[in-house]
Design a protein around this ligand. Structure first.
Ligand SMILES: N[C@@H](CCC(=O)N[C@@H](CS)C(=O)NCC(=O)O)C(=O)O
Length: 226
């Protein structure tokens, strides 16, 4: 098999890429990375010294591709059906903008809140968490307004922006719920969960979800994603 995805079953950015892989029905091998295991961590660092997953390795083309959005662009190059980024340059720009919005203003604050729960005793950052919650609420409001007249983030076609939306909304809903205050966003999230690609990624993650820290736990330090 040519494609290997270095991933963690709980990593939300890995879920983003898994959705695109499942949309395209591309064959690939999954290589789970436990960052607490020295050999596995070293193998990931050898591919991408930043040490974050997902990382895709394409043996047939001798390419190693980090960063979820870039991996999805790369997958579009390998298999254009269905496209996750439209061929039309203007439409592609809009999808990339929404992808950035979701990563920076939904995914990052969500990670900040979960990450704070994994910090060592005495190192919590309540002010940063408060800011992250406010940013999530702001982003929820913008998404809710956008989704009042759209099926997917960019309209009628499922794109990279939807791959970017589902995972942080899943974890975000446990931290700052949106189902009641943001009805269009709540309805969109229900559509996402019905989408076979995301339903599959979520079903594969479910056996590991008990590892997600629900509250700040002074004794826990995890090696997983979020
Ligand atoms: N910008 C990166 C973010 C990747 C990222 O934050 N990955 C997390 C898991 S969701 C990770 O590797 N966490 C482990 C760590 O930071 O040590 C992308 O889009 O792929």
């Amino acid at each position: 098999m040519s494609l290997t995805l270095y991933f963690h079953p709980l990593s939300s950015y890995c879920h983003k890429v898994l959705i695109a892989l499942y949309e395209k029905d591309l064959p690939f091998e999954k290589r789970a990375v436990d960052l607490g295991n020295d050999a596995e961590r070293a193998a990931l660092l050898a591919l991408w010294p930043i040490g974050k997953f997902p990382v895709l390795h394409d043996e047939a083309h001798g390419r190693t591709v980090p960063e979820s959005s870039i991996i999805i662009e790369y997958l579009d190059g390998l298999c254009a059906k269905p496209r996750m980024i439209p061929a039309d340059p203007d439409e592609a720009l809009q999808v990339r903008l929404q992808d950035r919005f979701l990563d920076l203003y939904v995914h990052s604050p969500m990670q900040k809140i979960v990450g704070d729960r994994l910090r060592p005793p005495g190192e919590a950052d309540p002010f940063g968490v408060k800011e992250a919650k406010a940013r999530l609420e702001l982003a929820y409001g913008m998404l809710d307004a956008r989704l009042r007249d759209r099926t997917w983030i960019e309209g009628e076609h499922f794109t990279m922006a939807d791959c970017a939306a589902a995972p942080p909304l899943f974890f975000g809903s446990m931290l700052v719920p949106f189902e009641t205050g943001y009805p269009a966003l709540g309805a969109y999230f229900e559509r996402l969960k019905q989408r076979p690609s995301y339903a599959r990624a979520l079903a594969e993650a479910r056996p590991f979800l008990h590892m997600v820290p629900r509250e700040r736990d002074e004794s826990s330090l995890s090696t997983g994603g979020e």
